[in-house]
Design a protein around this ligand. Structure first.
Ligand SMILES: [Zn+2]
Length: 277
């Protein structure tokens, strides 16, 4: 059996999976990706994520939140919905929420308000929070930092390799999510250089599928769609630059995900052990 890994960020409700979702899940399982956390990123997206997660309890979980791209749509009904969904067993975090000034699909004021509001919900519901930040570091820290004493746990998902961000994230006690960004020879150089500096007990793995197909997959897929089975490519790239043994990296990053999202222990004992030592 391959090492057991947990994909903490997969957009499995994306329509690119509509044709073969069951097969995609099966491939994930065969690759040792035993559990997946489906990212909720809009009102409807969060509802869909929860619906999908509830088809396979114990294997699939969901987050409920509004991505900064959709912040312009965030209103009182969104806040109510996230609070309601947060009470479900399948929902394990608030988010994805945060700030994205790279694309600015929603006005900054709307992004700031939606972010603040979702942090408030995470604090009230004692849920961990799944964070997105792009080109908005200073405002992100300004909004997040005063809230942290009331937030149980927070992960900066899809870390893309800015040294200053990492330093501050770790100082603030955040967990760090690493995606296939690290697999990109050019774009991923920054992440590769910084991953060894992340304490292993703060590190988690994610594909962000169907986005960010790892560029080091051999043979190269004929499509651009990423899916949870390719979490192994992210894992391998992390192993290349860390000093610990792969078995320890797999076991610790999976344990981190269990702890972070408060998931029940892996049921089938031994399946996370490598076949040979
Ligand atoms: Zn994101």
């Amino acid at each position: 059996m391959p090492y057991e890994l947990i994909d903490i960020g997969a957009n499995l409700t994306h329509d690119s999976f509509d044709e073969d979702r069951a097969e995609m899940m099966q491939r994930a399982n065969e690759a040792g990706v035993s559990r997946m956390i489906i990212t909720g990123s809009s009102n409807q997206g969060s509802l869909d994520a929860v619906d999908l997660a509830e088809t396979e309890p114990g294997r699939l979980y969901a987050t409920a939140g509004v991505h900064p791209h959709h912040a312009a749509d965030f209103d009182d009904s969104s806040a109510r919905l996230i609070r309601e969904l947060a009470a479900r067993d399948s929902v394990v975090a608030v988010g994805e929420c945060g700030l994205d000034y790279f694309r600015n699909f929603s006005p900054r004021q709307a992004q700031l308000a939606a972010f603040q509001s979702q942090l408030e919900i995470a604090a009230e519901t004692a849920m961990p929070v799944f964070l997105h930040q792009r080109d908005a570091h200073d405002d992100f820290v300004d909004v997040l930092e005063p809230m942290l004493p009331r937030i149980t746990r927070a992960v900066a998902h899809c870390f893309t390799g800015e040294h200053e961000s990492l330093r501050e994230y770790l100082a603030m006690g955040l967990w760090i999510g690493i995606t296939g960004w690290i697999c990109d020879e050019r774009r991923g150089a920054g992440v590769k250089a910084l991953v060894p500096r992340i304490p292993l007990d703060r590190l988690m793995l994610e594909t962000d599928g169907p986005y960010l197909l790892p560029r080091n997959i051999q043979p190269k897929p004929s499509h651009r769609r990423n899916e949870p089975r390719y979490l192994r490519a992210v894992f391998d790239s992390i192993c290349e630059v860390r000093s610990e043994e792969p078995g320890e990296i797999a076991a610790t990053t999976s344990a981190n995900a269990l702890l972070f999202f408060n998931l029940p222990d892996l049921q089938d004992s031994g399946s996370h052990q490598p076949e040979t030592t």
